[in-house]
Design a protein around this ligand. Structure first.
Ligand SMILES: [Zn+2]
Length: 165
């Protein structure tokens, strides 16, 4: 009987460990150390990403305000690209914008993101893409706080937060 319990609990531990790495196991492009630019087609991303993430990252969608995981996250840590693992933002530059989307006044490095002019929806905005995988992350506006005056308005669904221990 004792052995059965031991074997069962070992099995449970293995299943939990597999569950924790499911994101990286299913996504072969995710890496927090590799900085090489990715060239992955949308049809391949579609097989890897959950539909909600795919819609924002690859079809320039926007999650509904106040529905994401991180707009009210005040923990210290780093925000990575959910799609590829590229380090994007530090909690040190996060601020409460009141918009319902996680907002930052600066990217981790200027080279972490790529800015593009976006003329869709009858507006002229600046789109923010992940510099490594080219996924859409959100937009940047010029009404942010000091010292940069910028407001990176991001979608939680394309961010992957790791708390600083
Ligand atoms: Zn990325």
């Amino acid at each position: 009987m004792k052995y059965v319990i031991v074997i069962c609990s070992m099995f449970l531990v293995i299943m939990l460990a597999l569950g924790a790495t499911a994101q990286t196991a299913k996504n072969p492009h995710y890496s927090r150390t590799d900085i090489e630019r990715l060239n992955v087609t949308n049809s391949e991303w579609k097989k890897i990403l959950q539909p909600g993430v795919y819609h924002i990252a690859r079809e320039e969608g926007t999650e509904r305000a106040f529905t994401g995981e991180y707009h009210d996250n005040h923990k210290k840590g780093t925000y990575y690209c959910y799609v590829c693992g590229n380090a994007l933002f530090s909690s040190d530059t996060k601020f409460d914008s009141g918009t319902g989307w996680p907002s930052f006044y600066q990217s981790l490095k200027a080279s972490s993101v790529k800015l593009k002019t976006d003329q869709s929806a009858g507006m002229s905005r600046t789109e923010v893409e992940c510099a490594r995988c080219g996924s859409h992350l959100g937009h940047v506006f010029n009404d942010g706080p000091k010292p940069t005056g910028q407001r990176f308005c991001m979608n939680s669904a394309v961010l992957d937060f790791e708390e600083k221990k």
